[in-house]
Design a binder for this molecule. Structure first.
Ligand SMILES: Nc1ncnc2c1ncn2[C@@H]1O[C@H](COP(=O)(O)OP(=O)(O)O)[C@@H](O)[C@H]1O
Ligand SMILES: [Mg+2]
Length: 358
């Protein structure tokens, strides 16, 4: 059945759901559009801050009604309140002393590590994937969660094809590549659909990707965050007991203040800073072997010292890193004897020896 037909069926199916105040969901202005992808149906119910608890039964009714009309697709219903990202959603306890739900672990996952950066294009996703592979090479069971809902790149980087399978118990079976478990909203969206995810809705979708995936027993789940310090970061840090955050920066990024802003956010949210990685640190010319510090190499090490954060290492700017990324065959997996893989592996080893991962 065509996606737009399914959307219409779901809309009809949830129209009669009762909402607080005696109205019906179908006539409620806070109901988002119905997004249909090959494996999922998603919509958000936006409520006034403080009304999340009262809307809980409506959310559950809408979930059931949508499931009956979704043609077997997984249904993601987000309850969002624009003013308080990260504190809302179906799993928020209705009565909790401070109003902020307690941080919890992710089922089956020992350590969740966030990979963050002040801005985009510094190689955060590249580092996330290759670091995950380095940790795997060191004998750990590793998963990657692509939390960059606005610009998911994990499917491309790992060459993931198709959609994750939904199990009988409604959990996603994660996709797998090169021995890693991986989940990305990118595997469920087509074309430019990602842009419709508004902030609070995206935060709820992240929660579901994280919580409703059967990760199995993982030692480490690497979360590739979007750039900056937005609602997704906030939401992840508030919901999940993180082992810590790794900040990726280019030398010139640190000369500016973006990476410091990201570090500041994690400090404020009481998330340990595991360390700093300098990416695109220097360039070794393939023909002459000469090394060029094109961005003013070494900025990350001195910034790390200055901020009292461990320096985890530097990754050279190398054509193979980009080319292999574009091919969905990361250097650490397919050129595991090369110098680029060695750089990522060294950082993985430092991550393990640093004590943040037990
Ligand atoms: N060390 C590196 N050497 C060469 N190219 C790199 C390196 N790190 C990242 N890139 C390339 O830079 C671009 C941005 O990387 P990406 O990981 O998508 O950044 P982010 O996730 O921070 O936005 C990609 O084309 C990627 O292949
Ligand atoms: Mg990225």
């Amino acid at each position: 059945m065509a996606d737009n037909q399914t959307a219409a069926l779901v809309r009809a199916a949830i129209a009669n759901v009762d909402i607080p105040g005696g109205d019906k969901l179908g006539a409620y202005k806070g109901l988002s559009e119905i997004i249909v992808t090959p494996s999922a149906v998603a919509f958000a119910i936006s409520v006034e801050p403080g009304m999340e608890g009262a809307f809980g039964p409506a959310r559950a009714d809408a979930q059931r009604a949508a499931e009956a009309a979704s043609g077997g697709r997984k249904v993601l219903v987000s309850l969002t309140s624009d003013k308080a990202p990260g504190k809302t959603g179906q799993q928020a306890p209705q009565a909790h002393g401070s109003g902020i739900p307690p941080k919890t672990l992710v089922n089956g996952v020992k350590h969740v590590v966030a990979i963050a950066s002040g801005k985009g294009g510094v190689g955060k996703s590249t580092v996330a994937v290759n670091l995950a592979l380095g940790l795997k090479a060191l004998g750990r069971k590793v998963g990657v969660l692509d939390a960059d809902l606005y610009g998911p790149s994990v499917p491309r980087l790992l060459g993931l094809e198709g959609q994750p399978v939904v199990r009988e118990d409604e959990l996603f079976t994660p996709m797998s590549a090169y021995g890693l478990e991986a989940m990305s909203i990118g595997s469920m969206l087509q074309g430019d659909q990602a842009v419709i995810w508004r902030g609070p809705m995206a935060a709820s979708a992240l929660r579901q990707l994280l919580r409703e995936t059967a990760w199995g027993d993982l030692d480490i789940l690497i979360v590739d965050l979007p750039p900056g310090t937005g609602d997704i970061q906030l939401s992840l840090c508030q919901q999940v007991e993180l082992a810590g955050a790794v900040i990726v920066s280019t030398p010139q990024d640190l000369a500016l203040i973006d990476a410091r802003k990201a570090m500041d956010m994690f400090k404020k949210l009481s998330v340990p800073l595991i360390g700093l990685v300098e990416n695109m640190s220097y360039f070794v010319a393939p023909d002459t072997g000469n090394r060029y510090d094109i961005f003013g190499h070494g900025g990350a090490r001195s910034a790390a010292d200055e901020l009292g954060v461990p320096f985890l290492g530097e990754i050279p700017l190398h054509m193979a890193v980009r080319e292999q990324s574009d091919l969905g065959a990361p250097v650490t997996a397919v050129m595991s004897d090369g110098p680029e893989a060695a750089a990522f592996n060294a950082i993985a080893a430092r991550l393990l020896s640093g004590g943040a991962l037990g």
